[in-house]
Design a protein around this ligand. Structure first.
Ligand code: ZN
Length: 358
């Protein structure tokens, strides 16, 4: 009986090594581990028989059983490790990385032509000492109109076809009772700048504006403006003129000729329109400039006293000038783009023609 158990243990010891060598993967090793060492495994069954071994032999056979158990456990662990290494080697051999293969180009976006213009203007005005100040796209009628010297019944309100935010729950929708609108120009930001900033003020205010417009080649319901505002104790129309002339040369080149014409805006007095020599023909006249040789690029003027007052500034002590221009129009002129709608088309075939800045 004792001899038998010893023989069986020795045989299992050899068997286990051979069977382990024969298995090909981790799952098969696990199956073998259960077959040998599991609760009803072969070695476990032999260990149960130790109790019936003759007392004289029990210590020696017990020692042998323990040794076999440890050996089998170790052999299983080693076999798993070598299978893992082999699998890894195989993967490394199969998944080689060819460092000499040409890379795939990464598509990096670029600025929209209108935004490139905005960046350029920020840079030019930064050099003139202007800071950037931004305001909300959703405004109140009071800020968008009244504070800018445009009272409710003023005929000039017709110049700004307004998109109203609807009163919550109204059906059919009617304009919100608190006068919430989408701003029709960046001018309300002038009021916000005057209310927020210490004097003197020297800011540009870029941003998106909205109007209820029939969309065509030169009108859109959504567009971009940049507005400028300077408020100081000694600010004059001459300062405005000099600054705009320098601006036009910085944007369009040293040879650009400029002129001022009388203009009309409710929020400036006096008001001027600012023209540059035609960017297409340079002066003789062409279809792009209506054969005048000039192109109007912005409107400007001295800030109206009631606008200064709305901004909390004493018009008897301070004067200011303001100017505003359409970014989209500058982009169209710069690139000879014939239709404003292309700028909002989100069509990559169009946009990729204007790599611009990043
Ligand atoms: Zn022209």
């Amino acid at each position: 009986m004792s001899e038998d158990l010893r023989t069986q243990l020795e045989r299992l010891r050899e068997d286990a090594q051979m069977r382990l060598a024969a298995v090909a993967d981790a799952a098969a090793v696990e199956a073998l581990r259960i077959a040998l060492l599991g609760r009803s495994g072969e070695l476990t069954a032999l260990l149960h028989e130790l109790g019936s071994v003759d007392a004289n032999d029990r210590a020696a056979i017990g020692q042998l059983a323990n040794a076999v158990h440890t050996e089998v456990e170790t052999a299983i662990r080693d076999r798993l490790a070598s299978l893992h290494t082999a699998a890894l080697d195989e993967r490394l051999a199969a998944e080689t990385l060819d460092m000499s293969a040409p890379g795939r180009p990464v598509r990096i976006g670029h600025l929209h032509p209108t935004m490139t213009v905005e960046r350029d203007l920020r840079e030019i005005f930064h050099a003139f000492g202007f800071e950037v100040f931004e305001g909300p796209e959703i405004e109140t009628e009071a800020m968008n109109f009244e504070a800018l010297n445009i009272p409710p019944d003023h005929p000039s309100r017709d110049l700004w076809d307004t998109l109203y935010v609807a009163e919550p729950g109204s059906d059919p929708p009617r304009p919100a009772e608190d006068g919430t609108i989408l701003r029709t120009h960046t001018s309300p930001v002038q009021i916000r700048a005057m209310q927020a900033l210490p004097l003197p003020i020297r800011v540009i205010m870029p941003g998106r504006c909205f109007r209820y417009e029939a969309v065509d080649a030169s009108h859109n319901f959504e567009f971009f403006q940049v507005e400028g505002l300077v408020v100081d104790e000694r600010t004059s129309l001459a300062d405005l003129k000099g600054m705009l002339e320098e601006f036009a040369r910085a944007l369009y080149g040293r040879d650009t000729r400029t002129r001022f014409r009388p203009g009309y805006y409710p929020f400036t007095e006096p008001s001027v329109a600012f023209d540059v020599s035609c960017l297409v023909c340079g002066g003789p006249g062409c279809p792009a400039c209506g054969r005048t040789g000039w192109m109007t690029i912005l409107g400007a003027g001295m800030v109206h006293p009631s606008v200064l007052r709305a901004g909390g500034i004493d018009p008897d002590r301070y004067q200011g000038y303001a100017f505003g221009m359409g970014l989209d129009r500058i982009a169209l002129l710069r690139h000879g783009i014939p239709d404003l709608r292309l700028l909002m088309s989100a069509d990559l075939r169009f946009l990729e023609q204007f790599p611009g800045g990043r």
